[in-house]
Design a protein around this ligand. Structure first.
Ligand SMILES: *Cc1c(COP(=O)(O)O)cnc(C)c1O
Length: 389
């Protein structure tokens, strides 16, 4: 039979980061000793009190549908979080709980964009953003950046890219895949352009808490009522609480947008998993001290890996101050990123994600969300590999 595949679905390529992790797992299952730098998730376990809260919810029979936008106590906890961490006021009705931060992004783009619209996305970008824009029928407009500006777009670049069709500007600081963190001045300047031009900002703050070297997270919502009114925050628990498999994300939006997303979600996924939401309440309202330990470990690995990478022939690497990624430049090796990573996996048994997946073919992504021991072994192999080129 000639199976129908919609042009929407046919236009998508499966997520390359997930594919690399799968390939590394496969090799490992076949007995190969592969060092994985591909992971997009922390290597730590979810803190115990969060697991306990979800287990208790299950034991209590909290296993039925919840309101589609999330249980009231979680929406309140999210509003409290933004009050405490960003200094901005949201009513719980402006908060929607989604099935992961990825789902939050999808809902925002799908509820605000349609055919003929343009979505401005700085590259290197999280690989799902352009695909989500295309699913909504909109056109991704990519703004190129390089190591020279720490992979940050300038307000001039943004201003030039805005047309009457621009609906959304996507901001992701700290960034996946580069780890770059925008300063407060930089965020404000980008926000000013969007306010002046009437463009919505989707601020993906999933790495908010993962910052090093004294860098600080800044939310564009905090600068003025205008900035707040032009912004939708997407966020979640996956990264800072190591809850990737729980599928809990959330967003905070101006009321009309929150209402539209509420309707969209009520006809698609309905609520995020009931007992996972109870765990999420414990995560947001409970102790946060696990982060001190995680941040110290991430930071130690980050410094070590950046130092090692910069000593390798053909490689240069900015010591990015956020998330758990480094994004080394390999232009001097003369290889494009896909060939570099393929050969790295085959010859040196090190898995990393080629930059081409993120719109940057001179770089590759290293995740240091793995043990120091793995990083040491992996860096030694990478160095041998670079010397062999
Ligand atoms: C991990 C990640 C998310 C959200 O992931 P979920 O597992 O869906 O919560 C969102 N944005 C970026 C840039 C990410 O790296």
């Amino acid at each position: 039979m000639d199976y129908p595949i919609s042009s929407r679905a046919a236009s998508l390529a499966p997520s390359l980061t997930l594919a690399i992790s799968a390939k590394a797992k496969e090799l490992r299952a076949a007995g190969e000793d592969v060092i994985g730098f591909g992971a997009g998730e922390p290597d730590f376990d979810t803190p115990q009190h969060i697991k306990d809260a979800a287990a208790q919810a299950l034991a209590d029979g909290f296993t039925k549908y919840t309101p589609s936008s999330g249980i009231p106590e979680l929406r309140q906890a999210v509003a409290d979080k933004f009050q405490k961490d960003y200094g901005v006021e949201y009513e719980p009705s402006q908060v929607i709980v989604n099935c992961g931060g990825k789902h939050s992004c999808f809902n925002v783009i799908y509820a605000t964009c349609e055919a003929g619209d343009e979505v401005i996305i700085p590259a290197p970008y999280w690989l799902s953003y352009p695909e989500m824009a295309k699913l909504a029928g909109a056109k991704p407009v990519i703004l190129e950046t390089t190591d020279a500006t720490e992979f940050k777009v300038t307000p001039e670049q943004l201003r030039e890219a805005i047309t009457p069709n621009t609906k959304l500007f996507i901001l992701n600081s700290p960034s996946n895949p580069t780890g770059s963190v925008y300063t407060a001045d930089e965020i404000r300047a980008l926000g000013d352009v969007c306010v002046e031009k009437g463009v919505l900002i989707m601020s993906d703050d999933i790495y908010e808490k993962l910052i090093y070297d004294g860098a600080e997270f800044t939310s564009v919502t905090g600068f003025s009522e205008d900035h707040l009114a032009h912004t939708i925050i997407v966020h979640g628990l996956a990264k800072a609480y190591s809850m990737t498999g729980w599928r809990i994300g959330f967003l905070a939006a101006p009321k009309p947008i929150a209402q539209a997303i509420n309707a969209l979600q009520s006809h698609s996924t309905s609520n995020a998993t009931s007992f996972a939401q109870k765990g999420a309440v414990a995560a947001l309202n409970g102790p946060q001290d696990h982060l001190n330990d995680w941040l110290a470990k991430f930071d130690e690995r980050r410094r070590y890996a950046a130092e090692q990478l910069n000593a390798m022939p053909g490689i240069s690497c900015i010591n990015s101050k956020g998330a758990f990624y480094l994004f080394p430049n390999i232009a001097e090796t003369g290889l494009k990123s896909a060939e570099f990573c393929e050969r790295l996996l085959e010859q040196a048994k090190v898995a990393a994600v080629p930059g081409v997946a993120f719109g940057a073919d001179n770089n590759f992504r290293i995740s240091y969300a793995t043990s120091m021991e793995n990083i040491q072994t992996g860096m030694a192999r990478l160095e041998e590999f670079c010397k062999s080129l």
